[in-house]
Design a protein. Structure first.
Length: 283
């Protein structure tokens, strides 16, 4: 009497499609069927134990392939599963002039953790950002604190990028962002915004402006309310001249944005500027 197939589908099917044990004879220590039966979380956990990261967006088939490849090659040969090679995301820091910033470690953070770290540094408006953009934004913010800037040590600690926060104004959102002295206004009268030291200093000096603080507003030995004085228009008695270094130190510590115009709408030079903080309602 013929024997019925144990698969319940007639003879043959599941036993031949997924035979037990190892389907690769030259890797007897690796049971590929056993690995394929693991759950997604178990696969990711095993990959992490082998030093493989960046698996959050991978499907099960890709996780299985990555684990098999890592087990065949050896754990030292692969640290990133997303591109299948160690050179894509080497461990440690990929930017030699920022040794204190471990970029690979940041790339291993979850999206919520990245957003949380950015919020703690005053960076908001991250809801629509993908993970790669969040990582870049956090690296940029950390580099700003280390003094390297986004352009390899130029004047601005934020590389000219706009600072945002809970009280970011409409003026900031509707202004053209300027990140270097090479940027040009889109049209006369255009509202501009920057944090780039070179841009701000060139703008002020082109108008004969000098860095000042409002006399009497200083506190704890630091500059108080920041202003520019334009002596050609008549010196303001309440303003005290300070060095550019002191002015920019206070500007960066308070996370200010510089909103300004190059020209009025009639094409004539404009002296309009305003300093605004995204962290305070009163700016």
């Amino acid at each position: 009497m013929p024997t019925k197939s144990s698969s319940g589908r007639g003879s043959g099917s599941t036993a031949t499609k997924n035979p037990p044990g190892n389907q690769t004879p030259n890797t007897p220590d690796i049971s590929e069927s056993e690995i394929a039966r693991l759950k997604v979380d178990e696969l990711r956990s095993r990959l992490r134990s082998h030093g493989v990261t960046d698996t959050a967006d991978m499907h099960k088939d890709d996780l299985v392939k990555a684990l098999l490849k890592n087990m065949k090659d050896g754990p030292k040969k692969s640290t990133s599963a997303s591109r299948g090679c160690s050179s894509a995301n080497p461990p440690g820091n990929q930017t030699p002039n920022t040794p204190e910033i471990n970029e690979s470690e940041l790339a291993r953070l979850k999206v919520d953790e990245l957003r949380g770290r950015l919020r703690s540094r005053g960076v908001t408006d991250t809801a629509d950002m993908h993970k790669d953009d969040l990582v870049k934004a956090l690296v940029k913010s950390l580099r700003a604190d280390s003094g390297t800037g986004s352009r390899g040590g130029s004047g601005s600690s934020d590389g000219g990028g706009v600072r945002t926060g809970q009280h970011t104004s409409k003026s900031i959102r509707y202004s053209q962002e300027v990140t270097s002295v090479d940027d040009e206004p889109e049209r006369p009268g255009r509202s501009l915004v920057t944090t780039d030291h070179d841009v701000i200093r060139r703008w002020a000096e082109a108008r004969g402006g000098v860095p000042t603080t409002v006399d009497g507003s200083e506190h704890d030995g630091h500059a108080g309310v920041l202003r520019f004085d334009f002596p050609a228009n008549g010196r303001e008695a309440r303003l005290r001249e300070i060095s550019w270094e002191e002015w920019f130190r206070a500007f960066d510590e308070r996370r200010l944005n510089f909103i300004y115009q190059e020209e009025r709408s009639d094409g004539k030079q404009s002296n309009f500027f305003r300093l605004e903080s995204p962290d305070r309602e009163d700016g």
